[in-house]
Design a protein around this ligand. Structure first.
Ligand SMILES: Cc1cc2nc3c(=O)[nH]c(=O)nc-3n(C[C@H](O)[C@H](O)[C@H](O)COP(=O)(O)OP(=O)(O)OC[C@H]3O[C@@H](n4cnc5c(N)ncnc54)[C@H](O)[C@@H]3O)c2cc1C
Length: 440
């Protein structure tokens, strides 16, 4: 079958033999930002208009916003956390993409023992029943001087940083649910700023009295568009770009530097890939790294979204659910940071899976939040087959081997799943910028 593909200007012939060009795989935030800076080089160099090959019929990847019957849903919560107060990416979004951002102070909690404990858990032990709080403090005092050993697994890190009781109430069951992976075999390399560590003063103060203002972590505050969804970011970047939608790649010949489709091929001079590494390696004809690709591990997320005629404004931005018997690990209230008319709420419910996709049952959510079926206006389910990279003990070595091979082939593989890492939208934009800078 011979297929022709379309970009915004019309049909693109796949029999493109021109060599002097950059091709980008994937029109998510990383690929689109790379294209933006190739077309508008910040160093004032020669502008290049790359082709972007995207398998979906729309740009944006994980950062898309889906619309259904007048309601907007992101792919679970997508909030902007900037590393620095004067982040160049905040300026870029507001100044160049012209998106008005609003700052929010995080209001998040953890559902433990039928009560809501403010996040981070370790700084709010006074919200637990008295005997539980005492067990947590007692176990913490056993470990606080020594902490976790170097090279600890995630389980060891949690038990040695916070003590066994805090680990077993939150850190272990929550992470087991999120990662679906043996926590004894998981490293702590992914945590960085994502998981606040132990701070003895805050832990002990938080055990003495309830103080919801004890906050910490990379997302203590966040930004979100004042109106509309997060999909405005990729939508603004995608304008005027040379995107080939519905691209169905069959093979990449990295020696001849050609990408093959049904009915055509496209030559490249430089290739920037932002698609998941296992997919890229699967396309590379005769790549010696195909065995390594099998060692890469990740989770998918099943994201059920609902719009309801009910007010949830008192529940904050999101709630973590560590208990193994509750099927979802987190529920977020999009309408509490992206305004809807009074009396309506939009809710995202997240459950994770590895081999078999797990659909969250609507019944469990409705029961939990006492939502009647006639209060649900819209349901929109989104499957995210690549959601979180698992940092098992072999990841670092496997990834280094793969990236070394790809760079010898002249391929830059970057972004969340191209770089095979736990990273944010801000980092995706930085990755795109870096890839563009090293491709000119
Ligand atoms: C559940 C979840 C919640 C998140 N929450 C936040 C948050 O709150 N804040 C934050 O900053 N970040 C968050 N992130 C991370 C953020 O989404 C990513 O860092 C960012 O969107 C990654 O962009 P990317 O372009 O690297 O990857 P992607 O968005 O995955 O883009 C890759 C693109 O490649 C395309 N593609 C895939 N395979 C092929 C193929 N074979 N051929 C052609 N095209 C292909 C895809 O369709 C996609 O468009 C979250 C991620 C997840 C999964």
């Amino acid at each position: 079958m011979c297929r022709s593909l379309h970009n915004e200007e019309g049909i693109i012939s796949m029999k493109n033999e021109k060599k002097d060009k950059v091709v980008i795989l994937g029109a998510g935030l990383t690929g689109l930002t790379a294209a933006h800076f190739l077309e508008n080089p910040s160093s004032g160099g020669k502008a290049i208009k790359p082709f972007i090959l995207e398998k979906q019929d729309i740009a944006g990847g994980l950062c898309r916003t889906e619309e259904k019957e007048g309601f907007s849903f992101d792919h679970t919560g997508h909030l902007l956390h900037f590393k620095k107060k004067d982040s160049i990416w905040k300026k870029f979004i507001e100044g160049e993409l012209r998106i008005d951002l609003k700052k929010h102070s995080r209001a998040a909690s953890i559902h433990i023992m039928n009560t809501l404990v403010p996040y981070p858990f370790q700084y709010h032990l006074a919200y637990l029943p008295k005997d539980e709080k005492e067990k947590c403090v007692r176990d913490y005092l056993k470990v606080y001087k020594t902490g976790a050993p170097a090279g600890a697994s995630f389980r060891q890190w949690a038990e040695h940083s916070f003590g066994r009781r805090m680990a077993s109430l939150f850190f272990l069951p929550y992470n087991q649910k999120l990662w679906n992976f043996n926590l004894n075999k998981m490293s702590t390399d992914w945590m960085g700023r994502f998981v606040p560590g132990p701070d003895a003063g805050k832990i002990l103060r938080g055990a003495e009295k309830k103080d919801p203002s004890q906050s910490a972590g990379y997302n203590a505050s966040f930004y979100y568009p004042r109106s509309g969804g997060i999909g405005q970011l990729p939508a603004a970047l995608a304008k005027g770009k040379n995107i080939v939608f519905n691209a169905s790649i069959k093979q990449i010949d990295f020696t001849a530097k050609k990408i093959f489709f049904e009915g055509g091929n496209m030559a490249y001079d430089r290739l920037i890939s932002t698609i998941p590494l296992p997919e890229l390696l699967g396309y590379l004809k005769g790549a010696p790294q195909n065995a390594a690709a099998k060692k890469l591990k990740w989770t998918g997320v099943y994201n059920m979204n609902i719009a309801v005629k009910k007010n949830f404004s008192k529940l904050g931005h999101w709630i973590y659910f560590p208990h193994g018997k509750i099927p979802f690990y987190r529920i977020g209230f999009l309408s509490n940071f992206s305004a809807l008319p009074d009396g309506f709420s939009t809710i995202y419910i997240e459950s994770s899976y590895r081999s078999e996709r797990k659909k969250t049952s609507g019944a469990s959510v409705m029961k939990f939040f006492n939502i009647k079926s006639d209060e649900i206006i819209v349901r929109k389910d989104i499957d995210i087959p690549y959601a979180y990279v698992i940092y098992d003990m072999a990841r670092e070595k496997t990834l280094a081997g793969i990236q070394d091979f790809l760079s010898r082939c002249g391929i830059i593989s970057t972004g969340r799943f191209g770089g095979w890492k736990y990273s944010t939208m801000e980092e995706a934009m930085q990755d795109g910028f870096d890839a563009a800078s090293s491709s000119v």
